[in-house]
Design a protein. Structure first.
Ligand code: NAG
Ligand code: NAG
Ligand code: NAG
Ligand code: NAG
Length: 487
């Protein structure tokens, strides 16, 4: 004890002295002894592509950036970088690293950027990153991670970018991102994730971009995302999604870009789009859509770009809502839409065929000539005069043929199954009117379930605030009942 105290006091006294003495020494030391095979510039040390089997010695202690890309490192040892207490970034991508000691990043508290991509990491200790709370960017993509630890990212309150693309993750622990409150970019693409829970994304209130593409989802319920109150872009392409629905009554104001291409969607649920009033870019390419309902296209109120090619369009009158919508749409569109059925129209371009065969003529007529449907051909669902006519000629798709289309096979839509909480008796929990804080998720499940049943997409949820309510009331698009009606 006495020795410790003495030691502490001595250090206290001697430390500034030592610094003074060592500073000029360090400077020249850093200049002179750049590790063999490395290039040292100012306070950065570049040791790329030099066949290093371990972290080289003689790296100046004042080093602020160390690049060891494209080497043969296999292991990161305890306190591997602890002598580099000033270090801000370490690049270790394209090595053979499979083992990382849980204390490998102890002693480098200033570290802001750590790149470990393209290695052979299969697992990480719970506390591997606990000693580097100032981390802004962490790249673990292109590894072999199959699991994440529950506390994997705990304490990373300043982390802004997290790359986990291209690993073998099938499961994301609940609340694993809870403390990542600065995270703006999260890439979980190219993994094997089949399902997420509502607590997966807890804490990510700043997240702007979420990548979930190339996973194994078969359905997506937007009730997964209400915590992501700042999200702009959601990437869900190339999963196996058959059903997209809106299980919660909330409006997602921030979402601007939604990529659902390369899935197996047959039907678009208008409720999903009613809840995305600011959606601008929608990609539905390469799905199994045969039509889009009038209600769904009516909900596309702020789109500036849409992609619809590679679906299984049925060129009967069911195609008319989307055709009429496209004729009036001035944004960017990929209109290479080809009829899959009926047989005699297979391979024809929808916009041409509907015009040449006058398939949607009565709609045009209603829209442009007279407010009343007077033709004998009126059919339900196509004669709604919802669209303002434009005088400009309709845009024709560029000639561009797709490969042979497989015949349209209608399949039953599987019954979605949701996490067990939903089956609780909603009467067990009273509907909370205006919570001032976010209640624990278990309570939300029951509370919101009751609201879902009564309202569909509307304004009543715990994330709701008065200004949001006002916006919806002014918006007046979905005629959602106001929250008061159920209290
Ligand atoms: C480290 O520096 C010493 C002295 O300058 C030198 O002899 C040695 O080769 C260096 N080691 C490496 C790995 O660069
Ligand atoms: C992992 O870390 C978290 C946060 O530090 C801690 O709460 C949890 O107990 C740890 N889990 C294990 C299995 O060590
Ligand atoms: C639209 O597509 C769905 C799904 O394939 C189908 O069940 C429905 O009958 C179609 N509606 C029209 C009007 O063609
Ligand atoms: C909502 O729309 C209806 C019909 O268009 C209109 O009569 C009503 O005043 C609108 N309400 C608000 C709050 O804008």
């Amino acid at each position: 004890m006495g020795a410790l105290l003495w030691d502490g006091r001595l250090r206290h006294i001697l430390f500034p002295l030592l610094l003074l003495l060592r500073a000029p020494l360090l400077f020249s030391f850093g200049e002179r002894t750049c590790p063999n095979s490395c290039r040292c510039e100012g306070k950065t040390v570049h040791c790329d592509s030099s066949g290093f089997l371990e972290v080289p010695e003689n790296i100046s202690v004042g080093c602020q950036g160390l690049s060891l890309r494209y080497n043969e490192l296999h292991t990161l040892l305890p306190y591997q970088f602890a002598h580099l207490s000033q270090i801000l970034w370490i690049y270790l991508d394209h090595n053979q690293i499979s083992t990382i000691d849980s204390r490998a990043f102890q002693g480098v508290r200033r570290l802001k950027e750590l790149i470990l991509s393209s290695n052979r990491i299969t697992s990480l200790h719970n506390s591997t990153f606990h000693g580097i709370p100032n981390l802004r960017s962490l790249d673990l993509s292109f590894n072999k991670l199959e699991i994440l630890q529950p506390g994997q990212f705990h304490g990373l309150r300043k982390l802004q970018n997290l790359h986990l693309r291209s690993n073998g993750l099938s499961n994301i622990p609940i609340r694993v991102f809870l403390e990542c409150r600065s995270l703006e970019f999260l890439d979980l693409g190219y993994n094997r994730i089949k399902a997420l829970t509502r607590t997966t994304f807890l804490g990510l209130q700043r997240l702007m971009e979420l990548h979930l593409e190339h996973n194994q989802f078969t359905r997506i319920n937007f009730f997964l995302f209400p915590r992501l109150a700042n999200l702009r872009s959601l990437y869900l392409q190339w999963n196996r999604i058959r059903v997209v629905n809106q299980g919660l009554p909330w409006i997602w104001y921030t979402l601007q870009k939604l990529d659902l291409s390369g899935n197996e969607i047959q039907t678009l649920d208008p409720a999903v789009f009613h809840c995305l009033p600011n959606l601008q870019v929608l990609n539905l390419e390469s799905n199994k859509l045969s039509n889009v309902s009038q209600e769904a296209v009516s909900a596309w109120i702020s789109l500036t770009s849409i992609s619809l090619a590679g679906n299984m369009w049925d060129c009967g009158t069911g195609i008319c809502p989307i055709v009429a919508w496209l004729r009036n749409f001035r944004g960017s569109k990929d209109t290479t839409m080809i009829c899959s059925s009926p047989k005699y129209m297979q391979g024809e371009k929808i916009m041409e065929v509907t015009r040449n065969h006058a398939i949607c003529e009565e709609t045009d007529y209603v829209l442009t000539e007279t407010p009343l449907p007077t033709l004998e051909l009126t059919s339900e669902g196509t004669a709604e005069p919802t669209f303002a006519p434009t005088t400009s000629s309709p845009p024709m798709p560029p000639t561009n043929t797709l490969g042979p289309l497989s015949p349209f096979r209608p399949r039953p839509i599987p019954h979605p199954t949701f996490p067990g909480h939903m089956s609780k008796n909603p009467r067990d929990s009273p509907v909370r009117t205006r919570p001032t804080h976010i209640p624990p998720p278990e309570i939300e499940h029951m509370t919101l379930h009751k609201v879902v049943v009564q309202l569909g997409c509307s304004s009543s949820n715990p994330w709701w605030d008065e200004s949001a309510a006002k916006r919806v009331r002014n918006q007046n698009k979905t005629s959602a009942p106001s929250f008061k009606s159920i209290t």
